[in-house]
Design a protein. Structure first.
Length: 156
């Protein structure tokens, strides 16, 4: 990917396998609409999509357009019976989309469950669900995880 674009925004959503074709077509249309290329990487067997939205962080407005495009891809997946995430959890970028999929009661129960297992909120602070590693979910330069900075873990 480094040879194709300076930067990329990784999305993670999932759709029913029968909807892969229509969703990939929609991603292509959204790519054209936003003037950004998208490299579609996915697990076809389970409908797990990881579109890589290619942009140049040094070009004014491209990072913001990449983030907007990522959101529209999430909405397309939801419209086709999919989910916000396939395997990497909900981070800062996707937590704002949770009300599109879950009710307030759903989210309250999820928060209670998280508090039961992580009462001191040390697992991925500020994120909805922990992910096993940083996956480049946000545009911009790499940011070290707070647990790495604190010396609690070596790497993800």
């Amino acid at each position: 990917m480094g040879r194709i674009a300076n930067d990329y925004y990784v999305q993670d959503s999932v759709v029913p396998r029968t909807e892969l074709g229509p969703v990939l077509k929609k991603i292509s249309e959204l790519s054209e609409k936003h003037g950004l290329r998208v490299a579609n990487v996915f697990h076809a067997g389970d409908g797990n999509l990881h579109p890589l939205i290619l942009y140049d962080n040094d070009a004014e407005g491209e990072a913001e357009r990449a983030e907007e495009l990522a959101g529209e891809i999430v909405f397309a997946c939801l419209e086709h019976g999919g989910s916000l995430t396939g395997e990497h959890g909900i981070g800062e970028d996707k937590k704002k989309y949770m009300p599109k999929m879950f009710t307030t009661d759903d989210m309250n129960v999820m928060q209670l469950l998280r508090c039961a297992f992580d009462p001191h909120q040390i697992s991925n602070p500020g994120k909805i669900f922990p992910t096993p590693r940083l996956c480049g979910e946000r545009p911009g330069p790499f940011q070290m995880h707070p647990l790495q900075k604190a010396g609690i873990v070596e790497q993800f």
